[in-house]
Design a protein around this ligand. Structure first.
Ligand code: LMR
Length: 347
C-alpha cells in the first residue's frame, strides 16, 4: 500500500516536472524556441571584462547588451560586468571554461594559456596600420586561430575580433626616445613570454601584472612603465601615474570574443539568431569606434598637461624595430611561420 502510494507520488511529480520543462529552462535547453523566456524572466548572458565602462571594449560590450535587449524584446538579458568587477585577468578565462561567465573579450595575448599562437599580437611591428589589422581579422589565418581544436577542447567558442589599437610605451623615469633609454627600467606586461622577451631584448625588466592592478603597481613603483593603447591609458587614468609617453606603436592590443560553447549551444535557436545578429552589429560598432576613441584619448592625454608626450620619428621606430628582431628569432616557431607570414602577406 505504502509502495503504491510512493510510486503514485513519484509519477505525479515527474508529470509536473515534464509540464514545467523539467528544469531545462535554467540551462537554456536545446530547444528551437525560447518562448518560455520573457522580459520578466529572461535568459541571462553574463559578460565579464576588465576595462573601464567608457573604454572601447566597455562601450562595445554595452552596445551589444543594448542590441540584444532590443532584438529579443528583453527575453535575453546581457549582464555586463566591467572593470574586473566580477573576474580579473587571473581568473576570467577559468570562469569562462567553468561556465561561471558566458562571455569574455580578453586582449588576445591572454589566450596564451590555451594556445601560444595568440601571442602573434605581441610580435613587434607586425601590423602596419589599422587597415592591416582589419584585413587580418577577416582572413583565413585569423579563422585558423578561432576554429582551433584547443579552444573547443576547453569548451570555448571564438566568435569575433574587436579592435583596440596600437600600444605605446610609457614610464615615469625618463623620455623614451632611443633604444638605450629602456635599459634598467621595469615594465608591466599583460601575459606571456613574448612580451617578457620584448622587454628583455631592450635591456629592460618586466613583471606580469593583472590589468586591474596596474594603476597601483605604477603608483607604488613596483614597475616604472607600461605599454597601452591611448584609450586604455586614458580611461584607466594611467596619466596620473606616468610622466612620459612615446608614440611607439610597436605592437597591438586587440580583443576576441569568446563564449562558453555548451552554454551558447543551449540557447534556443530563435533567440540565438538574434543574439548573434547583435554581436555582428556590436562588432561593426567596435570597429568604427576604436580608431576615433584612441585619437580622442591621445588628445586628452596631451591636454592633461601632466604627461610629456614624445612623438616618435620613423627613424626612432625603425631603430626599435631592428633592436626587437631577436624576438622573431626566439618566437617565430612558437607563433608559427604560417601565422607570421600570413599576417605579413596581408599588408
Ligand atoms: C591589458 O591587460 O593591458 C589589456 O588586456 C586590458 C584590456 O583588456 O584592454
Amino acid at each position: 500500500m505504502k509502495k503504491w502510494l510512493l510510486l503514485t507520488i513519484i509519477s505525479a511529480f515527474a508529470l509536473v516536472l515534464a509540464a514545467c520543462g523539467g528544469g531545462e529552462k535554467e540551462e537554456g535547453g536545446s530547444k528551437s524556441s525560447g518562448e518560455e523566456y520573457t522580459a520578466e524572466n529572461p535568459l541571462v548572458i553574463k559578460f565579464s571584462h576588465v576595462t573601464a565602462i567608457d573604454s572601447v571594449k566597455g562601450q562595445a560590450a554595452d552596445k551589444f547588451a543594448e542590441l540584444v535587449n532590443e532584438k529579443t524584446e528583453g527575453k535575453v538579458k546581457v549582464e555586463v560586468y566591467p572593470s574586473s568587477q566580477l573576474y580579473g585577468d587571473n581568473d576570467e578565462l577559468d570562469a569562462l571554461v567553468s561556465g561561471n561567465v558566458h562571455m569574455i573579450a580578453p586582449s588576445v595575448t591572454k589566450m596564451v594559456k590555451i594556445d601560444p599562437r595568440w601571442q602573434y599580437v605581441d610580435m613587434p611591428f607586425l601590423f602596419k596600420d589599422d587597415a592591416h589589422v582589419q584585413k587580418f581579422f577577416e582572413s583565413e589565418v585569423a579563422q585558423s586561430l578561432m576554429n582551433s581544436d584547443k579552444l573547443a577542447a576547453n569548451d570555448i567558442k571564438g566568435m569575433a575580433f574587436w579592435p583596440n589599437g596600437f600600444k605605446h610605451f610609457s614610464n615615469n623615469k625618463k623620455p623614451l626616445v632611443n633604444v638605450e633609454d629602456f635599459k634598467g627600467l621595469k615594465f608591466r606586461a599583460q601575459a606571456g613570454q613574448v612580451l617578457e622577451a620584448q622587454f628583455e631584448t631592450l635591456g629592460a625588466g618586466s613583471a606580469t601584472i593583472a590589468f586591474g592592478e596596474t594603476y597601483a603597481a605604477l603608483q607604488q613603483g613596483t614597475v616604472d612603465g607600461a605599454e597601452n593603447p591611448y584609450n586604455n591609458f586614458d580611461t584607466m587614468k594611467f596619466y596620473e601615474v606616468q610622466k612620459y609617453l612615446s608614440t611607439s606603436a610597436h605592437g597591438r592590443l586587440d580583443y576576441a570574443i569568446f563564449v562558453n560553447k555548451s552554454f551558447w549551444e543551449s540557447i534556443p535557436a530563435d533567440l540565438l539568431t538574434k543574439v548573434e545578429e547583435a554581436l555582428t552589429e556590436a562588432t561593426t560598432f567596435a570597429q568604427q569606434l576604436a580608431a576615433d576613441e584612441n585619437a580622442k584619448s591621445l588628445e586628452n592625454i596631451k591636454a592633461s598637461g601632466v604627461v610629456e608626450v614624445h612623438e616618435m620619428t620613423q627613424e626612432e621606430r625603425d631603430a626599435l624595430k631592428e633592436a626587437l628582431q631577436p624576438v622573431y628569432e626566439e618566437f617565430g616557431e612558437t607563433i608559427t611561420p604560417e601565422l607570421i607570414e600570413g599576417i605579413e602577406a596581408l599588408q
